[in-house]
Structures are given as C-alpha cells and as structure tokens.
Write a protein that binds this ligand. Structure first.
Ligand SMILES: O=P(O)(O)OC[C@H]1O[C@H](OP(=O)(O)OP(=O)(O)O)[C@H](O)[C@@H]1O
Ligand SMILES: NC(=O)CC[C@H](N)C(=O)O
Ligand SMILES: [Mg+2]
Length: 507
C-alpha cells in the first residue's frame, strides 16, 4: 500500500521524515527511502528493509535540506530490489523526485509512449518511475526556465489526462518545492497539514495518513481532493488547484478494513469509528442468522481486527478476551512477499493462551479473509488449544476479485473465496460456522463517517473497477506477471543475476 510523506520547513527535514515513515511503516515493509534538497542538490538514501534498518546515523547526517520526501514500499508493480525503492529521480527538467502510492493500470502503454514519443529512459519496471517521467515530461514541454505554480498545475493536469489507475504522489522539484496530487477518484489517500515553528513561521507536510501529521505536531488541514494538486513552494507558501476535469470521491474501502491505522482520519472518516461500526453490524448479522448460537467468548486476531472484535463482543453482550498473543517484533504478514514467508510468519506472530480456549465455543474475529493464510492456521491453533467449537467472523465481505489500484492481490485464483460459496470457504478453513460482513453494511459503516462520500472503491468485493479501463485481458496479464509463482521466480532470478543496481544513492 505504500506510505508517502513530504515536508517543507525551515530546518533540516530528514529527522521528521524518518519519524513520519516509522509511523507509516504499516503501509509498506519492503523498502524505504528519503530524499532531501539543499542548495540545488538532492541527497538520497533508499534501500530494502524496514525504516529502522535502512537509515543509519551517517545517512541521516548527510540527508540535509529544509525540504524532502520519503516513502515506505509495498510492491504492486515491477520487481523488488533496492533500485525499485522510492523516491525515484529524473534530472530533467530542473531535477525532480517522486514518491508514489498506488498502481497505474496503463503503465505498459505509458512506458511505450515515454520511450517512443517522449524520448525518455526508464531504468526499472516500476509504474512509479513511469508516473514520475510522465509528470516530468509534461513539465518539460511547457519550456519554462523557472516553473510557477500555474505550470506545475498544468503538468498535473496532463498527468490526469494520461494516467489511469489509483495514485497519490508527492514530488520534489529542486529549488521550487513539493507538489502532492491524488487521482481523479481519490482512490489512494493523501492529507496535508501545517505547523508553526519556534520562530512563528509556517511549515507544511503531506502524508498518506493523518496519524503521521499528529505524531509530528502538524495540524490536519484536510485531504487533498480527488484530482487536486497542492504545491508548497520553498518559501513555505501553499497553493492548491483542481487539476482534473471529471472528479468523484471513491476512496478505497480496504483502507478502512485493513490498511490504515485506526487513529487516522481519511476523507473526514475516522478509521477507528468505522471499525467500531463494523463490529456492531457484524454482531447484528450474527444475531439475525444464528440467534441461538452459543458463544462463550469473542477473540480477535491481532492486530487489525481488535477494534471490530471488541465492539462486536459488546453488542452481543459476550465477553471479549485477548486469546492470541502477538509477537511484537513480527510485522504484518499479509504484505510480506511470498506465500511461504506469510505462512511461517503467522505461527511466529501469534500464539494462543490455552485457558481462553479450553472447552469453550469461541468466536474468532478478523478484519478480512484474503488468501486464508491466517484464518486456517488460527482455527487449527484454537482447536489444538482445546476449543469445543470454533466460529469465525470476518469484518469484511468475501474478497473475490483482484486489486489493481495499489494492493498486491493480483491473482483471483489465490483468493480463498474466489469461485467458492461461503459454505465452501467455511469448510476449507475448518470453522464450525463462518460469517462475513455484508457489503452494504461495510459501505454504510464507512459512509456514516462522512455522508458526502457517495461511493467507495470496493472492487475486491464487487469486481467493479471504477476507472472503467480494467478488462479481463488486463487482469490476465496482471495475474501472469504477479501471481505468487511468478514473483518467486522473479526473486530467484534477481538473486542469481543480481538486482538492478540503484543508480542514485549518494549518502
Ligand atoms: O487471509 P490472509 O491472506 O491471511 O489475509 C488476511 C489477514 O492478513 C492481515 O493481517 P496481518 O498479519 O497482515 O496484519 P495485522 O497485524 O495488522 O492484522 C489481516 O489483518 C488478516 O488477519
Ligand atoms: N503499494 C503501492 O502503493 C505500490 C507503489 C508502486 N506501484 C510500487 O510497486 O512500488
Ligand atoms: Mg491480521
């Protein structure tokens, strides 16, 4: 899902960007990077790994400048490896770097156009490098020695005309400032905030989630609107403009289910409250469908389902217990690369407290069931710990369709609910009863937070892709390129041949 940050301040920004990236770590665990700008020069450090592993003190000391951008990566396009870590950089025009969250559905066509028509070189197979080059090309064609806010907005306008898919991006233009923008449907999130420094001057920050602003003492000004661009110049002036012709707000509902931190506000919706509501509607469904079901205890599957599980237990009037202890040193398993690593990590991450299971009818609650990696093992663990009956509740509906907007679910056949009824999934995961949230309830839970949002991007549940350009041929090609087997083979060949060398690390 990737986490983005960009800051313009009056002091060196790298330490703040570092802190923001640690707050956004849940959005991407594969790679991290920071780029800053001082006296017309960029400094860059990016590599594979968690934020705490990528940056050493000597990197931080050399990342100087009062403006910068940062990224944590969860790959959805292209290979892995240090060269695909972000920010990406192009030297023309001016010197531009970019961080990106999302996925371009027409990346291949754009890559061809960049090569054949725009005479630009791409060094990797990342769609983020494509996005950066489109923006850079469009800025270059304006032919200005010094771009003004208006020029930058024109370039974003052209990006919206050429690019398809889900994207939120923050770009750093050497000597001019940072510009953040969101796709015309606002599928991917981006917020902007401000803070006063000790001298009373204004500083600005853009980030994927408001929680990063909170932790750094920035006040949330609000979301970047779908299609809008926000430009903060080096003097600390904020300019904003709507750059897309047709816009509509269709934020990704899976952010509310799983990706976002609960203490974030997204499109004026509290993720925390949304998850509370998800628990309540799930409880209502349990009561409706199985009024006589005897449940002794409700147990969440840490971490993400905790809030929904708690509210579900409350609504059912059944006790809530933390029956699984989580190893705090293991990250999120779903966003790990490779099914073997994901499988192994579930057992390393979670361990049952037997007395909460022994002889009891337990209702296990998770935020979602995607590949079924977690729930299969968890249900077995509950049985091994002595549970009498194991019921399972998912706070999201069945995930049956691939995601093409920035979540790495490229292959329908890897989704446990694909082509299966709920009863078949129940049998496959080994539960005594399985209940899924209804999609209309999930949407209502999110919408209650902001009734102005008419619709959400729900393609993984509905198979409806709101950008209108996703056909079976695209899904087949995505599947072939990124299914688990293809990704494993790609990683193996990278190990053999060596990764594409990062050409830009300079600190
Ligand atoms: O059906 P699956 O393919 O297993 O995917 C779904 C599971 O993966 C996620 O947990 P994860 O461990 O990534 O993160 P968390 O600690 O935030 O819950 C999610 O919360 C579910 O538990
Ligand atoms: N999850 C994301 O936002 C991924 C960004 C980009 N498509 C990449 O693979 O690096
Ligand atoms: Mg989980």
């Amino acid at each position: 899902m990737c986490g983005l940050v960009g800051i313009v301040a009056e002091h060196d920004v790298a330490p703040d960007i570092y802190d923001a990236l640690t707050v956004l770590q849940h959005r991407g665990q594969d790679a991290a990077g920071i780029m800053t700008c001082e006296f017309g020069r960029f400094s860059l450090r990016k590599s594979e790994g968690l934020v705490r592993d990528v940056f050493r003190q000597h990197h931080m000391q050399r990342l100087q400048g009062t403006v910068g951008i940062g990224h944590v990566r969860y790959p959805t396009a292209g290979s892995s490896g240090p060269a695909l870590a972000q920010p990406f950089y192009v030297n023309s025009p001016y010197g531009i770097a970019m961080v990106h969250n999302g996925n371009l559905t027409n990346a291949n066509q754009l890559a061809r156009e960049l090569f054949q028509d725009d005479l630009r070189h791409l060094n990797t197979d990342s769609d983020s490098e494509v996005l950066l080059n489109i923006f850079a090309h469009e800025l270059q064609t304006l032919g200005k020695l010094s771009p003004r806010a208006d020029d930058i907005f024109k370039a974003v306008d052209a990006v919206h005309r050429r690019c398809r898919g889900g994207y939120a991006a923050v770009s750093l233009i050497v000597n001019y400032g940072i510009v953040g923008f969101r796709d015309p449907l606002g599928i991917r999130p981006l917020v902007v905030g401000e803070r006063r420094n000790a001298a009373g001057g204004k500083e600005y920050m853009m980030a994927s989630e408001s929680v990063a602003l909170d932790v750094l003492g920035f006040k949330l000004l609000g979301d970047v609107a779908p299609g809008e661009a926000v430009f903060i110049d080096m003097q600390g002036n904020l300019h904003r403009r709507q750059c897309a012709e047709h816009t509509e707000l269709r934020p990704c509902i899976f952010e509310h289910v799983y990706f976002a931190r609960p203490d974030s506000m997204m499109d004026e919706i509290s993720v925390y409250k949304t998850r509370m509501r998800q628990g309540a509607t799930l409880a209502a469904k349990v009561r409706r469908e199985q009024p006589d079901l005897k449940i002794d205890v409700v147990i969440p599957i840490p971490d993400t389902s905790r809030i929904a599980a708690q509210s579900m237990a409350y609504e059912l009037g059944i006790k809530f217990r933390e029956g699984f202890m989580k190893n705090r040193y293991i990250g999120r398993t779903f966003i790990m690369p490779g099914q073997n690593q994901r499988k192994k990590s579930v057992r390393q991450k979670l361990n049952p407290v037997p007395l909460e299971f022994s002889g009891k009818n337990v209702m296990l609650v998770d935020d979602s069931i995607v590949r079924g990696t977690t729930c299969r093992q968890i249900i077995q663990m509950a049985r091994d710990a002595g549970a009498a009956q194991v019921f399972f509740a998912s706070a999201a509906p069945p995930v049956r369709y691939p995601n093409v907007y920035g979540i790495d679910m490229p292959s329908a056949s890897e989704l446990i609910a694909y082509g299966r009824t709920e009863e078949e999934v129940c049998e496959l995961i080994g539960a005594d009863w399985l209940v899924y949230q209804d999609l209309k309830d999930l949407i209502a839970c999110s919408r209650e937070g902001n009734p102005h949002v008419d619709a959400f991007e729900c393609s993984v549940f509905s198979g409806e892709y709101p950008t209108g350009d996703v056909d079976q041929a695209y899904l087949d090609q995505l599947d072939a390129a990124r299914n688990d087997e293809a990704q494993c083979a790609q990683r193996a060949s990278l190990q053999e041949e060596g990764a594409v060398v990062g050409i830009h690390n300079n600190v």
